[in-house]
Ligand binder design. Structure first.
Ligand SMILES: CC(C)(COP(=O)(O)OP(=O)(O)OC[C@H]1O[C@@H](n2cnc3c(N)ncnc32)[C@H](O)[C@@H]1OP(=O)(O)O)[C@@H](O)C(=O)NCCC(=O)NCCS
Length: 193
């Protein structure tokens, strides 16, 4: 049965960490207020290096400034509709993912999936994705969807390999004269066993 957003308990478990069965001891932990500074720095490092060839530096700064303010990040704390988890390796934060109940009933949206360059290619991105899928399933949701820039070929490859297909191509006006030229992708989810 489909659950409403209000009826869903906080998925990731505020007091627990999740250890992936990956090639490292990386673990996912829910975002805390004490992580805001680290996360903002990490996002800046990843975005400036990854997106400069895709959207250009001015748009990157505009998007970073809008998304990683304390007020925006607080929306993930204790929410029953959106979640952010940090990927930690020992004491270092090396990546993060966020996801939220979409406006469409029965759907979860993968909002963000980011990993430092030096940790890519070891299955950690796929591990974070599986975590989000599993959380969506356990909330009774049948679809995980996302938006990805059409020129973000590496991420597109990951999503295709993970069972997503393109639902539509769409241009999103994000303000200040900037646009996102994206694919909307979706993956049907099997109910939990
Ligand atoms: C996307 C991202 C999270 C993937 O993380 P990752 O740990 O490198 O990915 P994985 O090692 O788990 O790869 C999983 C699968 O996707 C494939 N894949 C991942 N990145 C790829 C790339 N750049 N090119 C081709 N295939 C890729 C892998 O080959 C692997 O396939 P396999 O299971 O057949 O071996 C990471 O590359 C990243 O942070 N990129 C920059 C930010 C970004 O674009 N985020 C997505 C925004 S929508």
């Amino acid at each position: 049965m489909e659950q409403t957003a209000a009826a869903v308990p906080h998925g990731p478990g505020l007091n627990s960490s999740i250890s992936p069965s990956g090639p490292t001891h990386a673990r996912l932990e829910p975002l805390a207020e004490s992580d805001f500074e680290t996360l903002t720095r990490l996002a800046g490092t990843i975005w400036r290096s990854h997106y400069s060839a895709i959207v250009g530096p001015a748009q990157i700064e505009y998007m970073l400034a809008g998304r990683y303010t304390p007020d925006r990040l607080r929306e993930y704390l204790g929410s029953s509709e959106r979640w952010m988890e940090l990927l930690k390796l020992d004491d270092e934060t090396i990546g993060y993912c966020s996801y939220a109940r979409s406006a469409v009933p029965g759907e979860m949206k993968l909002e963000q999936l980011y990993l430092l360059q030096q940790h890519r290619g070891k299955g950690l991105g796929a591990m974070m994705l599986r975590r989000v899928e599993s959380e969506a399933r356990s909330q009774g949701l049948g679809v995980l969807m996302l938006q990805v820039n059409k020129r973000n070929t590496g991420a597109l490859e990951l999503y295709r390999k993970s069972g997503f297909s393109v639902r539509e191509a769409a241009v999103f006006d994000i303000g200040n004269g900037y646009y996102m030229d994206d694919y909307v992708m979706a993956k049907p989810l099997e109910p939990p066993a």
